[in-house]
Design a protein around this ligand. Structure first.
Ligand code: PGA
Length: 261
């Protein structure tokens, strides 16, 4: 099995001193784990100071978003090429970007290509909305999002890619809800199998097996283990719980225990 990847997406939270404090606390608690890769996604503003503070034996850094052009008249944007040497990963196509900022499939395709052009690994988020799920369209949505985002990449690039299955209806539900707010492990297993089937059609069986696939959506210290045990899941993309150092370090500990099983 590949190294488990635990990614913490801090979203639009924490100013630079708060971000630095959270990193400090995480560095105290999280040990060096050879079998678990932990990647933090602070705000764009905190990325540079954290890159100086970070213990690289324990963590890597990533960006939550960036522009696909390398430079030019794009006021307010930061390019993926500017993130070279600062970020290992960039999250591409997160549902916040798709649905709150109207990010199109074409922009996502370009961002994936820009990542590979700049030696940065994209974490491509895919997943159906509640309406699409209720209409029985989830598999079609996964297919369409993957085909579109990956149309310009080579098999060698696809082998490095990370995909996050993030059902939009399960994101930011926190841990206080009960009922149908997070998918059952077998629902995640089916979606991940669909993702790998699409990868196989695009790049062949070897790549389909090799590409890392994460689950994301209201993960926390209590459900980490059940999602990491799902066949085909190589890690988690954690949102809200990554802002709490107790939660996030417990998630990393749980991942470490699963890696030892
Ligand atoms: P959440 O966010 O864990 O707060 O649901 C996940 C994500 O948006 O990647």
């Amino acid at each position: 099995m590949s190294r488990i990847l635990i990614a913490g997406n801090w979203k639009m939270n924490l100013n630079t001193s708060q971000a630095s404090l959270l990193l400090h606390r995480l560095q105290e608690r999280i040990k060096i784990h050879r079998d678990v890769e932990v990647v933090l996604f602070p705000s764009m503003l905190a990325l540079q100071p954290l890159s100086v503070q970070i213990d690289r034996r324990k963590f890597r850094l990533g960006a939550q978003n960036a522009h696909y052009e390398d430079d030019g008249p794009f006021t307010g944007e930061v390019s993926i090429s500017m993130l070279r040497e600062l970020a290992h990963y960039v999250i591409v196509g997160h549902s916040d970007r798709r649905y709150k900022f109207g990010e199109s499939e074409d922009m996502i395709t370009r961002k994936v290509a820009a990542c590979f052009r700049n030696d940065i690994i994209p974490i491509l988020c895919v997943g159906e909305t509640k309406q699409e799920k209720l209409a029985g369209e989830a598999n079609q949505v996964l297919h369409d999002q993957l085909i579109s985002a990956l149309k310009n990449i080579t098999s060698t690039e696809a082998a490095k890619l990370v995909i996050a299955y993030e059902p939009v209806w399960a994101i930011s539900n926190g841990s206080n809800f009960t009922g149908h707010v997070t998918p059952k492990p077998d629902e995640v297993e089916k979606a991940v199998a669909t993702i790998r089937k699409n990868l196989e059609a695009l790049f062949g069986p070897r790549i389909a097996k090799k590409t890392r696939v994460l689950y994301g959506g209201s993960t926390n210290a209590d459900n980490t283990r059940s999602y990491l045990q799902v066949e085909g899941v190589n890690g988690l993309l954690v949102g809200g719980a990554s802002l709490n150092y107790h939660q996030f370090s417990s998630i990393v500990d749980a991942a470490y225990r699963v890696s030892k099983e």
